[in-house]
Design a protein around this ligand. Structure first.
Ligand code: ADP
Length: 496
């Protein structure tokens, strides 16, 4: 039997349930939201039947909440005491993907999806168990349950314990690490109480990390049939002390079931030729003229000096230590010169918010720090900037460099994780490559990369323009990676 035939399910299509805590356009705080949107669509195009299960947060905009229809409800027990909780299913469909949103006001009525670990642990214990319970309730049994990050970390554990012997236990599980920094760590008592899972799981091979604490992600990784992460380099890095966030030994032990599959982006959502948020949409054929128009519009919107000859450096990012912002802070004044402007869009750590606000006030017309979450401005920066800074300390995959390339904006990145796997260093001799890169986590190396980029931009425009066009042609879509996930699902199905 061929691999494809083996993958054919009862109704002719491979069934996959995606379980995760955020999904564009319902709710997005970072790259996980993009992946939960784009990968199911790409898999659907490749013949999969996909359901996405996520919480019905109160903070999902009303235009999406009102679209969802009541599909059913039941009571579910949770906690050591067996307390019962309401589980409602609100369902909607978009472009062939079905979304089942789990409704429970007690857990999901907060102003934002993540509030603090004390509340988030019960919230995502409930969510993980309810996600499996609704699959049984709907009698929709997937071939593969694809879980994402620590918030869905208990799914593989429940699947092989509390749900053993129920229909959904026929499914295999994949747990994807989008960011190992966040793991769902709390006291052993707190997790024991809320999960209601048996005592023997709270030992070192599964949840326990020290005498007092348990780790939800760790338990999920132990129980999952396969572990993936979002680039091949990050899959290697997380087995080391520096990147492993305390789980490197655990991941090394489980490495036979670990692999890296790089993310793509949704090339319809991120399409400079059809982007209604841009002043002047463009394709590879007219990028050189239209990018200037977009740059002038961006400069006007942000109160910068309008001049298409300036090198505009963009940053679209959560403002956290992960993103290498201390490097930017350390060399900010040296990065700037009379030919350079900097545009920052992001929110996060007050240390960085305030530093960037300071540079804006110190360099009016030359620096803009837009301390907000703003989808439309993000699109306009990708289109209007010349280069995008991504000097991350670690970066599981990173989407901003992919979006930048799609928009003909040259990434300046540190060679780590997915940045290393997706941005080929520009070679000054041959003119090949996609962006400007540096390896060690040092501010001077970032500064050097910015200076190299500026030199090509100012002194060798033909080469810069060729780079812009080449980046726009690079395949950053999901198709190839979705094919790799299909192969993984097929392998799991062939285990039967
Ligand atoms: P992470 O998931 O670590 O935050 P990624 O690069 O994987 O980083 O994904 C970031 C996503 O969030 C991209 O789609 C980016 O455009 C978006 N984004 C980040 N900050 C902002 C912001 N302030 N406003 C709008 N979009 C943002």
């Amino acid at each position: 039997m061929s691999e494809m035939q083996a993958a054919v399910s009862r109704d002719g299509r491979t069934r996959v349930a995606f379980i995760g805590s955020e999904c564009y356009p319902f709710i997005k705080t970072g790259g996980l939201g993009d992946v939960m949107y784009a990968l199911p669509r790409a898999l659907t195009r490749q013949g999969c039947e996909v359901r996405v299960i996520l919480p019905y947060y109160r903070c999902i905009p009303d235009r999406f909440r009102s679209r969802a229809k009541y599909r059913g409800s039941f009571m579910m027990d949770l906690t050591l005491e067996g307390r019962t909780f309401y589980v409602g299913i609100m369902e909607t469909e978009m472009d062939g993907v079905v979304y089942d949103l789990i409704d429970n006001r007690e857990f999901f009525d907060w102003g934002s999806p993540y509030t603090g670990l004390w509340e988030d642990i019960p919230k995502y214990c409930y969510f993980s168990k309810a996600a499996l319970a609704i699959l049984n309730y709907m009698e929709w049994i997937p071939d593969v349950i694809h879980c994402h990050d620590w918030q869905a970390g208990l799914v593989p554990v429940y699947l092989r314990t509390r749900f053993e012997g129920t229909p959904v236990a026929a499914a295999k599980s994949v747990l994807t690490i989008h960011n190992l920094r966040f793991q769902g760590i709390c006291s052993i008592e707190h997790l024991k109480y809320w999960s209601g899972l048996p005592d023997h799981l709270f030992d070192y091979p599964i949840f326990k990390i020290n005498e007092r604490e348990a780790n939800m992600f760790k338990g999920g990784l132990a129980f999952a049939d396969k572990i993936t992460t979002v680039s091949a380099t990050y899959a290697e890095e997380i087995q080391t002390d520096f990147y492993g966030e305390g789980l490197n030994g655990h991941l090394w032990y489980h490495r036979p079931k670990l692999c890296g599959i790089v993310n793509g982006i949704d090339v319809e959502l991120w399409d400079p030729a059809a982007d209604a948020l841009l002043k002047a949409p463009y394709s590879r054929d007219d990028v050189l003229d239209k990018k200037k128009e977009n740059k002038l519009a961006l400069q006007e919107r942000l109160g910068l000096e309008q001049n298409a000859d300036k090198l505009v450096l963009g940053l679209v990012s959560r403002l956290t230590d992960q993103k290498g912002l201390d490097l930017i802070d350390a060399v900010f004044q040296q990065m700037l010169d009379e030919n350079t402007q900097v545009v920052i869009l992001g929110t996060g750590d007050p240390r960085y918010e305030n530093a960037f606000r300071y540079y804006e006030s110190a360099c009016p017309g030359q620096v803009c720090a837009y301390i907000k979450y703003d989808e439309s401005l993000a699109h306009q920066i990708y289109a209007g900037a010349d280069a995008l800074l991504v000097p991350s300390l670690f970066e599981p995959c990173g989407l901003t460099q992919l979006i930048a390339m799609r928009y003909g904006t040259i990434p300046i990145v540190r060679e780590t994780g997915g940045l290393k796997d997706t941005v080929e260093p520009f070679n000054e001799n041959t003119g090949e490559g996609n962006g400007f890169t540096f390896d060690r986590y040092e501010a001077d190396l970032l500064l050097d990369a910015v200076r190299r980029a500026r030199r090509v931009f100012l002194e060798d425009r033909a080469r810069w323009d060729a780079l812009v066009c080449r980046d726009m042609e690079k395949d950053v879509s999901w198709e190839n990676s979705a094919g790799q996930y299909m192969a993984l699902y097929n392998e799991l199905k062939s285990w039967d």
